[in-house]
Ligand binder design. Structure first.
Ligand SMILES: Cc1cc2nc3c(=O)[nH]c(=O)nc-3n(C[C@H](O)[C@H](O)[C@H](O)COP(=O)(O)OP(=O)(O)OC[C@H]3O[C@@H](n4cnc5c(N)ncnc54)[C@H](O)[C@@H]3O)c2cc1C
Length: 366
């Protein structure tokens, strides 16, 4: 009997138009596939990708200490993530250039401040083991001359501007981006054949789950357990005071996973892990950099919070799911801006060229 093949609408349907879904769409389009991207919100880039710290920081590839991994495991995972992060940073730079985005106003590098000599020494040793270029230096008078590491290979840029420009580029190249439409994997006869939307279903040869923190819930609807946890972070934006002399690169603070970044005329404090308000973020920087904080006026908007999707190992899930037709690209934790282009590229290689890569497997539990 002849096999009946469905008449597919698209080669690939992607659930989620954040940094990861859009980067995946971009790479697939570049390889000649037709793509459909849906997002439940009214515009792309309003999830965790909306207001992040802007650092493209391969230097931070080791999982956060708060995940409780033993040192050997942190190093093993760190090396795998670092290899993808370095490639991703190069891809982001090339893509940003082709999108006409100018990051040149910011100096290369990121600085990371430590609260104790021991955490500083440990971080420096970990960087040496991972081959991450860094210099040891005091943070400067504005930050109480605390011990710090400078990472010259890191970069920074406005992730939201990048994602919105990427969304425009994808649409201009024939990709469809549908907003205000929640999607779910469409399962039929044991395989995923596209996405179900309210009122419109899309048949696709491949479906990619890139819905950030919502990926777990959507995977469960297809019968899969995707072990992702939520790691909430906060951001508070201020008008950059005139005459305030700040370093021309982002400054991270290691103890609470937070950062101070400048985007044009905006100074952003962002980060922390699992806090229920922005007050601890503000408290951290008031203690660390009182002169800067005293120069700031009121925040320009209410504090923003975003959920970083994290796995138990700190590694993203990039690859084939156990359900035929369904692929996963999520759980990038604190590295999603850094890893976006590399993750999209890697998944596109797997889908289009059949490349296998076992660094970031999707867990197999149904
Ligand atoms: C405070 C903070 C600071 C950060 N700083 C940095 C940094 O400096 N450097 C770095 O590398 N990373 C950083 N990150 C991490 C990075 O921002 C995230 O890893 C990244 O944004 C995750 O992207 P995503 O596309 O997976 O998720 P999201 O951006 O959350 O995108 C998922 C999308 O899926 C959509 N969606 C959900 N459900 C559905 C559905 N049913 N149907 C259709 N669409 C759906 C959502 O609306 C959303 O747009 C930071 C994160 C936070 C919170």
């Amino acid at each position: 009997m002849a096999e009946i093949t469905p008449d597919y609408d698209y080669d690939v349907a992607i659930i989620g138009a954040g940094l990861i879904g859009l980067s995946t769409a971009d790479s697939l389009l570049s390889k000649g596939l037709s793509v459909f991207v849906s997002d439940i919100k009214s515009t792309p880039m309003t999830g965790a990708s909306f207001c992040n710290s802007g650092m493209i920081h391969p230097s931070q590839s080791a999982p956060w200490a708060q995940l409780g991994l033993v040192q050997d495991e942190r190093l093993r995972v760190g090396a795998q993530v670092h290899s993808l992060a370095v490639r991703s940073a190069a891809l982001i730079a090339a893509k940003a250039k082709s999108l006409g985005l100018n990051y040149a106003s910011r100096a290369p590098g990121c600085l990371q401040i430590f609260h104790s000599q021991k955490t500083w020494e440990d971080a420096s040793a970990r960087c040496r083991q991972l081959g991450i270029e860094h210099s040891r230096q005091p943070a400067g008078a504005l930050f109480g001359d605390k011990p710090a590491l400078f990472f010259p290979q890191d970069r920074s840029g406005n992730a939201h501007d990048y994602g919105m420009a990427l969304a425009g580029d994808i649409a201009a190249r024939g990709g469809e981006i549908l907003t205000q439409q929640g999607a779910a994997p469409w399962v039929k006869d044991g395989r995923v054949i596209g996405v179900r939307l309210g009122g419109r279903d899309i048949l696709a040869r491949h479906t990619v789950l890139a819905a950030g923190m919502q990926s777990r819930r959507l995977a469960a609807r297809a019968g899969l357990d995707l072990p992702i946890k939520r790691a909430a972070g906060w951001a508070v934006n201020y008008a950059l005071p005139q005459g305030l002399e700040l370093p021309d690169y982002p400054v991270m603070e290691a103890g609470h996973c937070s950062a101070l970044s400048v985007f044009g005329n905006t100074l952003r404090l962002s980060g922390t892990l699992g806090e229920t308000s922005a007050s601890s973020l503000i408290g951290i920087w008031t203690a660390l950099a009182p002169d800067i904080m005293a120069a700031l006026g009121d925040a320009t908007a209410a504090p923003w919070t975003g959920d970083r999707p994290v796995s138990a190992t700190g590694k993203p899930f990039i690859g084939r799911s156990p359900l035929p037709g369904l692929w996963v690209n999520t759980a990038h934790g604190h590295m999603g801006w850094t890893l976006c282009a590399g993750s999209g590229d890697l998944l596109a290689d797997m889908i289009v060229d059949g490349k296998s890569d076992d660094r970031f497997p999707v867990p197999y539990s149904a």
